[in-house]
Design a protein around this ligand. Structure first.
Ligand code: MG
Length: 388
């Protein structure tokens, strides 16, 4: 992988068959399996075309160490995370490169509560990987891998428990869902229909080369969504990233909102009902998150950028809500991880409770501006560049 460090801000990422070869994936499976010490491991992926190759390779590595593997195949990351907890797994592996282009893939490792492992555990796995001394189970200890079905229904039902479904149903919203041709299409339209919404779905055929749009929900990728919201006169549109843990909203006027603004709506609604609670957000969020915390008596904690850091900070502090500017919302009463479909349900809940349109809700927030861009940097130079 170019450097001794395997895990970045969100797991292991790389280009398929360059960094992420089947051989590499087997060795990761062996290291993760050794770490979990013959435990029960959930395994799943988003819809990238390299997933079968990597899932089978990782599965081989995991079962060789004596772990029992429960393969859920394709599902949103938060759905797999919830299933890890519900089915009392010891841990899990999720194959996804989230918002990255189709030639990439990635590997996330989660613990028994579905949250990505803290840095200290990642270091243990890295050491096991580089030592190349995996636990080799005796032949009679090697377990069969099993298919685990129906986790999508459980996930949908879990989301429904956190919103006033009758109130939302009564309002009868029309929502455009842009699933980026990935796993968001397996869950969100179904959940919204159960909440009484009329759903217009675009880029909803699951296709691992992402022919509709690139999986990062950035404004320049969301023009089909904007046009569709306007054309069908929907109440709003929502776009997911490749593994459906993040959601970006388009209001009924066709305006795209950064994730920290939709998060601020959720933050405000939450603090009205739970004054004094702790809110966690990375430094990439704008001042709007702080303004709302100040106005509604929340305690705001800023963290470094990275969803794992937000989740781990929430766990440490017992915080129930976290959010990022990229559209990641962590709703603790459901699970302390980013969850795209949960976020849509929360926004619907706020619209139904206030009787306001999404544009009116967003316009009621203080206005700040955010500019995001990217600079390419080779893996081996990143540490030096960051230090300078
Ligand atoms: Mg993601």
């Amino acid at each position: 992988m170019g450097s001794r460090r395997l895990f970045g801000t969100n797991g292991i990422r790389g280009v398929v068959n360059q960094e992420l070869t089947p051989q590499f994936a087997i060795q990761i499976g062996e290291a993760v399996g050794t770490f979990f010490n013959q435990g029960k491991i959930i395994l799943g992926s988003d819809s990238r075309i390299s997933n079968t190759m990597l899932r089978n390779a990782i599965k081989s590595g995991l079962v060789s160490t004596g772990c029992s593997v429960y393969d859920v195949e394709e599902a949103p990351t938060p759905c797999i995370q919830l299933a890890a907890r519900n089915h009392k797994m010891d841990g899990g592996v999720i194959i996804t490169a989230s918002h990255n282009p189709p030639e990439y893939n990635g590997i996330k490792v989660i613990g028994e509560d579905g949250v990505e492992l803290p840095r200290s555990s990642e270091l243990e796995i890295e050491n096991l990987f580089f030592e190349r001394k995996p636990h080799r189970a005796e032949w009679r200890e090697i377990r069969q891998s099993r298919r685990m079905a129906a986790i999508i229904n459980e996930y949908k039902d879990a989301i429904m428990m956190h919103v006033d479904d009758q109130l939302i149903r009564k309002a009868g919203y029309h929502v455009v869902v842009d699933a980026a041709n990935s796993v968001g299409a397996l869950v969100a339209p179904r959940t919204l229909k159960e909440l009484g919404c009329k759903v217009t779905a675009i880029h909803a055929d699951v296709d691992g080369v992402f022919p509709g749009r690139l999986p990062e929900p950035r404004p320049n990728h969301l023009q089909d969504l904007v046009k569709t919201v306007r054309a069908v006169k929907a109440d709003f549109g929502v776009a997911f990233d490749g593994d459906a843990d993040r959601s970006i909203f388009v209001d009924e006027k066709g305006r795209i909102g950064w994730g920290d603004r939709t998060f601020a709506l959720i933050e405000r609604h939450f603090l009205v009902g739970n004054p004094g609670e702790t809110i966690v957000t990375p430094v990439s969020s704008s001042q709007v998150v702080k303004d709302i915390a100040d106005e509604y008596e929340g305690k705001l904690v800023w963290t470094k950028v990275g969803s794992t850091i937000v989740s781990q900070t929430m766990k440490e502090l017992g915080a129930k809500l976290g959010g990022e500017e990229n559209g990641g919302v962590f709703y603790g009463p459901h699970q302390p991880v980013r969850d795209g479909t949960m976020t849509v349900a929360l926004i619907l809940n706020i619209m139904a409770a206030t009787g306001k349109k999404l544009s009116q809700l967003l316009d009621s927030l203080p206005q700040y501006y955010l500019k995001k861009s990217k600079i390419n940097c080779p893996q081996e130079k990143k540490t030096v560049v960051a230090e300078r």
